[in-house]
Design a protein around this ligand. Sequence first.
Ligand SMILES: [Zn+2]
Length: 168
Amino acid sequence: MTEKEFIAAIPTAYRGVTFRSRLEAKYAKALDDLKIKWEYETKLFRLGTYRYLPDFWLPELHTFLEVKGPNVPGRHKTKRLAEMLYTSKDPFHSAKAALVVIGEADGTLTGVRESEEMRIARCRECQQYFIYDFTGSWGCRACHAHSGDHHIHGVYKSMPINGRLRRI
Ligand SMILES: [Zn+2]
């Protein structure tokens, strides 16, 4: 895909949903490939004076995923959402609290805080792929299994938006 195509943000249909960009549709496909359930633009938040509709809600993983192509300005709304959701004492380190993740144009996942390093792994207990913060809790976000790193198999840094998952 050329840079020009990214900038144009071409609406793209996939599984009966019209996504705002090809990149978003690629993320939906990648989530399907990983058998991660997704909802597109279903949770509307009021953040002070403005509204924010994150791209994806992953109900099984309790995770919001905002896809950011180079044509998408500003990450402040995503950051605000995280600030709003990360309110309890140490939600950042709990696999049960909501997680907010940004999907980059190359498929890599980043967090909204500088210390966050997002990873994708598969859980040995429930076989589900999940996204987690490498600098926070490694617990499975689907079944909450957490036994050191024994419940994790395969660790990946980016979503398979252009084909296969690649190990770190
Ligand atoms: Zn699990």
